[in-house]
Ligand binder design. Structure first.
Ligand code: BES
Ligand code: ZN
Length: 647
């Protein structure tokens, strides 16, 4: 009976578990990580030592288990040099979750005690976190290039770690590299003024010298926010204000800085809604085109895809989004990947608030919500409308949580928060979010805790009609979170601009290969309206209503095949492939070989695969070496080429 009560109490007091880590993080948690990395960029490996300061939080332990993925583990030892036994096993033999590293401790350690230990290991080109690129794959073609992508469960391919968003730690790092292989190196941390003790100093040789950089991240962060970039890169300030910077290869840096001159203003727009940015500086790295995603919010060092630089500013919503993660995701973090909307839904919500402050076009926000909703729905159809992956709480037990990645945490999460805001009222909701950040700063939480906080906050503030609001908040809560498929409440984002975009599609369909009278309307469309039009063309194609003569006319008028804005171009290619157009395959192949951003290449591969599987495979083989391991894997999945391997 007492045992039952204790276990019930524990249940009531703890957050959801993380099913995607093999670590014993409920018994012991790392508080500080130190990395010493020696980069061999040409040879594509990293010699590494990682040092940890673990604290026992359970009753007692004699073993520490960590997540690893294709790392070469050489030795494990305590700070006093005493070597520790370790074994590696594969709890899910046929999955992508990686392996478990079991470290046998020298004795039993008890609650509150610290254990400092080190691991010698290396990372090689099999890593799914680090992309090792040859100089030919870069823009300046002068030096090799390397960057990491850890979210969501890839940092286990960077170091043995408690690879769960529920554990936060500070980190420091020493990075050693050849001056001939990298002009500079940056991490998701500040550069340290203090030099750290170095375990291994390699000898300089004729032709190159070894350089040392030291980093410190003083804020406790989840391990998926550890990041590194190295290559022929340079850092420059963007706008005035002294806190925003840009990193990229030097050849493009001027054009990028010009386009990013409003960066400081973006930050101010976010701050206007949510309060001060507390991380210090903000640096945006424009990565090479094979970067697999749009952006990644590594603290102090956001990574972004070069497709966001269109020359017109149309891709900069990604920057605002990643900046907004400084609050939601990086300050308050989801406790596991089933709660990803605690990061992404809140961030999209803040991003759209800030966009509204900055651009003041409310139609644009609505259209973006509609575009988001459309791709969310497509993702749901892909998973199945009744799959739990189509809910705000996917179950990824035994899987790589990336398998459940979709627009659902973003858009359903955004819609849920917009719905809650409509119940609570805009002002109270904004104040609640500010208080929520104070309350859970540097912690990881689940959605239930957010609900508890929301209700407690409204109660303590003595808001009008508390009990009605409470009732409404709870009425559909579990449906919003747990039910798959479309949300329980459908929000209305319609605007005249939406109808205009649909009418525009119709005018082309009706003109049946001729030029419609209002064809020039497109020029003055909002960027989001152009996307809606192209989405609509895709829908027409799916319904066999987009004829080839119409495609010819549209392309003649709007020059979409030559478009430099890839957000538009990929939608165009998807639509025309779906309509059965085989006359632009050369341009489509060039496109697929010049961009590695999943959002843009996966839909085109999907459409191409339906049209001509063999040709899709052939194009993939041609460009395979260009893609990031994550993208490569996903494309293989789309084309049905994936072989499963555990080593
Ligand atoms: N945190 C995400 C990227 C991510 C999510 C990487 C899950 C791996 C797993 C980032 O903030 C993001 O959402 N990026 C978007 C762009 C954004 C404007 C919606 C992307 O890359 O498409
Ligand atoms: Zn995000």
């Amino acid at each position: 009976m007492i045992v039952l009560m204790i276990s019930l109490m524990q249940y009531a007091l703890t957050y959801e578990l993380d099913v995607n880590t093999f670590s014993n993080y409920l018994d012991v948690q790392n508080r500080h990580l130190h990395l010493e990395w020696l980069l061999n960029m040409d040879k594509k490996y990293i010699n590494a030592t990682s040092t940890y300061k673990f604290q026992v939080i359970g009753r007692s332990i004699n073993k520490i288990t960590l997540d690893i993925y294709k790392l070469n583990i050489y030795s494990t030892y305590l700070q006093n040099g005493l070597s520790l036994q370790h074994t590696i096993d594969y709890p899910y033999a046929d999955s992508d979750q990686g392996q478990r590293l079991n470290i046998q401790l020298d004795k039993t350690y008890y609650k509150g005690q610290y254990i400092e230990l080190s691991i010698k290991y290396s990372i090689d080109s099999r890593s799914r976190s680090i992309s090792f690129m040859t100089k030919e794959q870069t823009s300046t073609k002068t030096m090799p290039y390397l960057f990491s992508q850890c979210e969501d469960a890839n940092c286990r391919a960077l170091a043995p770690l408690q690879d769960t968003p529920s554990v936060k730690q500070t980190y420091t790092a020493t990075v050693i590299f050849k001056d001939t292989e990298a002009a500079d190196v940056f991490m998701s941390a500040d550069e340290s003024k203090e030099e750290f003790q170095v375990l291994y100093r390699p000898q300089d040789q004729a032709g190159f010298t070894w350089k040392y950089k030291y980093f410190i991240q003083k804020v406790p962060i989840p391990s998926y926010l550890i990041a590194i970039v190295a290559g022929n890169i340079k850092k420059v300030p963007t706008s005035t204000g002294g806190r925003t910077f840009l990193v990229s290869e030097p050849d493009k840096i001027q054009a990028y800085t010009d386009e990013l001159r409003e960066m400081e203003k973006f930050m101010q727009a976010i701050e206007q809604y949510i309060g001060p940015y507390t991380w210090g500086t903000y640096t945006l790295v424009i990565q090479p085109p094979s970067f697999p995603i749009g952006g990644m919010e590594n603290p102090l060092l956001t990574f972004a895809n070069p497709t966001i630089m269109t020359g017109t500013g149309s891709g900069l919503d990604v920057t605002i989004h990643e900046m907004a993660h400084s609050w939601f995701g990086n300050t308050i973090t989801c406790v596991n990947w089933a709660n990803m909307w605690i990061n992404e839904g809140f961030t999209v919500f803040l991003e759209r608030k800030a966009s509204l402050f900055h651009y003041n076009i409310s139609d644009d926000i609505k259209l973006n919500a509609i575009i988001g909703n459309t791709s969310m729905y497509q993702d749901m159809l892909g998973f199945g409308l009744d799959s739990n992956f189509s809910s705000l709480h996917p179950d990824t037990t035994g899987l790589n949580p990336d398998d459940s990645f979709s627009k659902i945490p973003y858009e359903k999460g955004y819609q849920f928060l917009t719905y809650l805001e409509s119940i609570v009222g805009e002002v109270d909701f904004q104040q609640m979010l500010r208080a929520y950040l104070v309350q859970y700063k540097y912690q990881s939480i689940d959605q239930q805790e957010f609900q508890n906080f929301l209700l407690r906050y409204l109660y303590e503030q003595g808001v009008d009609d508390y009990s009605t609001k409470r009732y409404k908040i709870l009425e559909n809560w579990n449906k919003w979170v747990y039910s798959p498929g479309l949300p329980p409440v459908i929000l209305d984002f319609s605007t005249v601009k939406l109808t205009e975009a649909y009418d525009y599609t119709q005018s082309y369909i009706n003109a049946d290969g001729k030029q419609p009278t209002k064809w020039e309307d497109y020029i003055n469309f909002l960027h989001s309206q152009k996307q809606v039009f192209l989405e609509d063309l895709f829908k027409q194609a799916q319904n066999n209503l987009l004829k080839l003569n119409v495609i010819e006319q549209i392309d003649k008028d709007l020059k979409l095949t030559e478009e430099n804005d890839f957000e538009l171009k990929f939608r165009w290619f998807r639509a025309i492939l779906t309509a059965g157009d085989k006359t632009r395959l050369k341009q489509i192949s060039d496109f697929l070989g010049s961009v590695g951003r999943g959002k843009m290449v996966y839909p085109v591969y999907r459409a191409l695969n339906l049209l001509d599987h063999d040709f899709a495979v052939q194009i993939f083989k041609t460009h395979e070496a260009f893609y990031h391991p994550i993208a490569k894997n996903n494309i293989k999945n789309i084309l049905g080429l994936k072989e499963i391997s555990i080593q």
